[in-house]
Design a protein around this ligand. Sequence first.
Ligand code: NAD
Length: 489
Amino acid sequence: MAVATDREYGLFIAGESVEPASGEIRELIEPATGEPLAKAALGGEADVDRAVEAARTALDGEWGKTPGTERARLLHALADAILANRAELAELETRNVGKAISSVKAELHGVVENFRYYASAIATIGGRSNPIGGSLLFYSLKEPVGVAAQIVPWNYPLLMSTWKLAPALAAGCSVVLKPDPQTPLSALRLAELATEVGFPAGVVNVVPGDGPTTGAYLVRHPGVDKVAFTGSTKTGGEIMRLASDPVKRVTLELGGKSPNLVFADADLASAIPSSAWAIFYAAGQSCEARSRLLVEKSLYDEVVSKMGEYAEAIRVGDPLAAETQMGSLISSGHRDRVHGFVERGTSEGAEVVAGGALPDGPGAFYPPTVVAATNDLEIAQEVVFGPVVTVIPFEDEIDAIRLANDVRYGLMATVWTQDPARGHRIAARIKSGTVGINMPYTAFPGIPFGGYKQSGFGRELALESLDLYLETKSVVVSTGARPINPFAL
Ligand code: NAD
């Protein structure tokens, strides 16, 4: 198989692959080998103009008149096409991102299910009517927000594109999607498949490009009605600023520093493997990675040493090999950044229990790393976005909740305890968008996903997201028989 390397990738605008008008062609590097992977076009301002115009034309034309039942059929057809092309998509994503193909295959399952979920969710779109009383009748209509700009990061290019595209298309919006310039391939292929199954030209446009230039231009574009962004908290703040003139609707899925609480009564047979999975899958490059492992003091030494053993047993290697559990990071530059956190952590007093050393050889690999530390260190407070877990002791339940909430983020939390009442008490007191009780998995179509605090606002994956792509129009009607004469003149 050489699906990525045997072609040059254009931008995808108005139903076809096109050359960039004002952008450039860039060579992509395969993270796990350091070798060239493919040539891909990056869009500039003129390309964004073209894509926004194509999206508007689609919305004002055939797409704007497409009923919900037909949108649902198209979403199911796209899910079928993804399933039929899953081997190609899995290889593309694996080679472009460097993560293990076993993870990517699981993500593809989520991609298909997400399109199916929103195909069904279309049936929930509807206004309401309300007998206000007197001679006033009210009813509301749900209408698509318009042209949505969607900006996604490099860690899950296909899954994040899907999380954004599916509700937007279900709601009847048209889209200009901007993937990260390092990882455009799977989103481009997805747009091709959407066109092949019958989405009208211009409904799904993909313009990969650099964030501060092309991305910022897209956010500011007056032809864009809504911006949905996934990425770092810092860029999320900048997006809010850029989306303020002219004013646009904004939703933000941002960073996380999610806690994983292990109480002394936890079932360690689940808690240890699950805690390892919750940080090391996708090499820790997940917004909801449980990067802070909070452990009750009486169990601390045991958990630290078991996590160290577990980290060393994880099979790191060729992302395309079926047995690999963790591939490379996205780039050697990012790997150096991750290592910098570990080095500064040790200089501040953290102790490396496993991993923590830069490996020799090609590819952006970094070992699963376990660090014993306290919650005040940089490595416990900042988003490392790599396979590094910080293990922190706590005294009791109150202390555990205090530490869990003592970060600026609030995306996800997991609790391990065999006391059900305690699990629910903690779920009620932790400030995060999702709480798992004895359950490490996080993202399921139908369950709202998103942040508290600096992890952003708005929800994905659920009915709540559909509403973020819809406007509510209130229609008020007089049903009275007498003339209406407000000034009574
Ligand atoms: P980033 O914010 O640098 O980039 C994300 C996207 O924004 C990219 O497509 C980039 O090109 C674009 N971008 C950058 N600057 C821009 C600007 N000024 N205007 C418009 N677009 C711009 O993020 P990153 O560091 O590459 O990605 C990792 C971050 O994403 C982490 O902080 C992680 O926690 C977060 N993340 C969050 C979620 C979630 O659902 N909450 C999911 C995945 C990743």
